[in-house]
Design a protein around this ligand. Structure first.
Ligand code: ATP
Ligand code: MG
Ligand code: FE
Length: 343
């Protein structure tokens, strides 16, 4: 089964050809980051305009790079949500137009299911699996009974982890998106500020990052007022230590409770070196019989890309979950939240 996939939920326009949900035959990512940087964040109107400018071109490129034509495509997949509605609409319209013109079946994919299924492009996922989904808009612990049944067992109460990185990055004068730079700085500093770790003791799998963000910003403003300069590397290291400790502590607790056969990380923040290293080490310390297989996608597949959408779409294809031409963009699409699964 060969799938042509589209992703345009935010500030990356991407197309890919994926075979059997495992093999990336081509992947094109057209990033718009430069256009948004001077605004300090993604401007929806600007995003839509960029998507529309490149989408036809990168459709041809994805097919060419894979060395296939439309007759060799078995399904067309597209992110239908969550994301910016105007941005999503460009991908959804392009996919629908292609499906209508060619008669190839259409599949709508949840962007977060896509992030998690980036793991499937790296190694075989054994089920049940558990995922830590950490990105610009989401921070969730997700339980996977099988490839298409995902349940959120923990969520952020306020900011997403990536959002917190971007906001504190702004205070330090780092260009949007700030995560990668803060991660690099963190490795050159020490955890000297001891920022708060929220909800660590709570008996749930939820997160909160707004208190940490405020503590960080207050520390910087206070230093400014008394004309004291703080070490940006130590600030970054202290912030990252707090984020990583909370994410790792709660995730390990969920792994112990649910005993999944595979543990996955997905989303832009899954590219974080501090988080990847610490999580791998901790799981490696588990007793052999409790140790899940760990899949951390390569950095290129952590951020937004269409290959992950093609991977998730293959599972939906196998389950017979197709869309029709009434498929619409849904900016607030959510995986089902399973309250009953909370222990
Ligand atoms: P969502 O997927 O939740 O809808 P999104 O698509 O905007 O949101 P992604 O593109 O998956 O999010 O991830 C982008 C986020 O990842 C940004 O907030 C960015 O700062 C963060 N990020 C990228 N690399 C790193 C890193 N090495 N460390 C921490 N954060 C990072
Ligand atoms: Mg992005
Ligand atoms: Fe994303």
């Amino acid at each position: 089964v060969r799938i042509l996939a589209y992703e345009s939920s935010c500030d990356e326009t991407s197309t890919a050809v994926v075979k059997n949900g495992r093999k990336v035959e081509s992947l094109i990512v057209a990033t718009q980051i430069k256009s948004h940087q001077r605004f300090g964040g993604v401007v929806p109107e600007v995003a839509s305009r960029h998507h529309i400018e490149v989408i036809s071109q990168i459709t041809r490129e994805a097919l060419a790079e894979a060395g296939v034509d439309w007759s060799e495509i078995d399904a067309i997949a597209v992110t239908s949500g969550p994301g910016l509605v105007g941005a999503l609409l460009i991908g959804v319209s392009a996919a629908k137009a292609a499906a209508m013109a060619t008669g190839i079946p259409l599949i709508g994919v949840d962007h977060i299911m896509g992030h998690i299924m980036a793991a499937q492009l790296t190694a075989e996922i054994d089920y049940p699996a558990l995922a830590l989904q950490v990105s610009g808009g989401h921070t969730e612990i997700v339980l996977l009974k099988d490839p298409t049944h995902l349940e959120i067992i923990g969520d952020t109460r306020d900011d997403a982890a990536g959002e917190a990185y971007d906001k504190i990055g702004r205070v330090l004068g780092v260009n949007y998106p700030a995560g990668k730079t803060i991660d690099e700085w963190a490795h050159q500093g020490k955890d000297t500020f001891n920022f708060p770790r929220a909800m660590m003791e709570d008996d749930n799998y939820d997160f909160s990052f707004s208190g940490l963000k405020s503590a960080f910003i207050n520390t910087c403003h206070h230093a400014d007022q008394i004309h004291q300069s703080l070490d940006k590397y130590d600030l970054a290291a202290s912030f990252q230590a707090a984020v990583v400790e909370v994410l790792v502590t709660k995730t390990l607790r969920a792994i112990k409770a649910y005993q999944p056969r595979t543990f996955i990380m997905g989303g832009g923040v899954a590219a974080n070196r501090g988080l990847r290293d610490r999580m791998s080490q901790e799981i490696d310390n588990f007793r052999e019989e409790l140790k899940p297989k760990v899949i951390l996608p390569p950095l290129k597949l952590c951020g937004d890309n269409a290959a992950m959408i093609g991977a998730a779409a293959y599972n939906l294809y196998q389950a017979g979950e197709f869309a029709d031409l009434t498929l619409n963009a849904n900016p607030s699409l959510e995986l089902p939240y399973a309250q009953s699964m909370l222990t």
